[in-house]
Design a protein around this ligand. Structure first.
Ligand SMILES: C[S@@+](CC[C@H](N)C(=O)[O-])C[C@H]1O[C@@H](n2cnc3c(N)ncnc32)[C@H](O)[C@@H]1O
Length: 351
């Protein structure tokens, strides 16, 4: 067996990229946490001393951080002026209120990696690691990472893609948002459809507490409530619309959850399931998106499912066919892909 030097160099190049990217995750979290990106975006071009002053931080640290960012292409440097700045594009991806907010993705990565010892142990024992067992940065990062996509698509594209749902929500419908986490999706829907009532369920108590406060802050506390409950035992049997955002695959018994959703819906009700974008086969997912999703799936989603009863372990790259089988095994007769984005698949299931 002879080593092919070209292939080896290619692999080493890939390794170096990834080595830098892994550290970049930490750099991005620091930049977000300390307000460095924000101060650059809002205050315009500046030296490292000026940025340190704007953020009440220490110049020597800020200079080193800026060097890492310029090397990585997330910040620009004007050599003549000796100033750092963000281009329009660099500012765009650092804006928490914009359609993409990159630092939140790295917040998810850094928080998930804090569970490496627990997950390594789970590989040996075959047991799971529950969502609630992770660093709280995961809950916050997930909320901040998903919010832009939900804000850009949920009301304008995903709900209109479902048969007859938008009209019901406008007129006044009863909605359950299951596995709601920090309640981002629940609150967005409540703001858009003031005649409807919404109840968010999640088994994770601290997330429900957070969601209640968020609803009050958003001024929709009158039509949204949040309760601790599991997908297989949440109360109610007359919902017009039930939603699951990025959580069905995290559940140990998604077939049991499907059966419970069915009995909680009115006969003409609709279940919307939002899942990470994926093809049906491994080969279809061997791309940068699949790589990221398989990573989070190994550290978070699969262990979450294995920590619950049944422990089906769908994983975050289950794909349409597998999700459809699960939904139909729970008793739904109609299932279709209603919408999609580069990151999400949106399914409609009906009794
Ligand atoms: C990836 S997070 C998504 C949160 C939220 N839907 C969002 O899109 O921001 C998955 C959520 O599913 C919840 N979850 C996992 N298993 C559950 C179960 N069996 N019943 C209810 N919630 C569950 C977790 O607590 C977590 O909040």
């Amino acid at each position: 067996m002879a080593i092919d030097p070209d292939k080896l160099n290619q692999l080493l190049g890939r390794f170096l990229d990834d080595f830098g990217a892994a550290f970049h995750a930490g750099m991005a979290v620091l930049g977000d946490k300390l307000g460095l990106y924000k101060a650059l975006a809002e205050g315009g071009p500046c030296t490292s001393s000026e940025l340190a002053e704007r953020t009440s931080t220490t110049e020597r640290y800020v200079r080193e951080w800026l060097a890492s960012q310029v090397a990585g292409g997330y910040v620009s440097y004007d050599r003549e002026a000796g100033k750092y700045y963000l281009t329009e594009e660099q500012a765009f991806v650092q804006d928490e209120n914009g359609p993409v907010f990159m630092p939140s993705a790295f917040e998810v990565v850094v928080a998930a990696l804090k569970s490496d010892a627990k997950v390594a142990d789970a590989f040996s024992t075959g047991k799971g690691v529950g969502w609630h067992e992770h660093d709280p940065g995961l809950f916050r990062g997930t909320e901040r990472f998903f919010r832009p996509g939900y804000a850009a698509n949920l009301i304008s594209a995903w709900i209109p893609s479902l048969d007859g749902v938008e009209g019901k929500l406008k007129a006044g419908a009863k909605v359950a948002d299951v596995g709601c986490g920090h309640g981002v999706s629940t609150i967005l829907m409540a703001k858009a459809f003031p005649k409807s009532t919404f109840i968010g369920f999640d088994y994770h108590g601290p997330s429900i507490e957070y969601a209640r406060n968020a609803a009050d802050k958003a001024g929709v506390g009158d039509r949204v409530s949040f309760e601790v409950a599991k997908a297989k035992d949440y109360p109610g049997s007359d919902y017009d619309f039930v939603t699951f955002f990025d959580c069905l695959h995290d559940m140990g018994d998604p077939v049991g959850a499907s059966a419970h959703v069915l009995q909680s819906l009115k006969r003409d009700g609709t279940w919307m399931i939002v899942e990470p974008f994926a093809g049906d086969s491994l080969e279809e997912n061997l791309n940068p998106r699949g790589r990221a999703f398989y990573g989070v799936s190994t550290l978070v989603c699969t262990p979450a499912s294995l920590s619950q009863e049944v422990g089906l372990g769908l994983g975050a790259q289950a794909g349409e066919k597998r999700i459809g089988d699960v939904v139909k095994s729970g008793g739904f007769t109609r299932f279709r892909r209603a919408s999609e984005t580069p990151f999400n698949l949106v399914f409609e299931a009906r009794p």
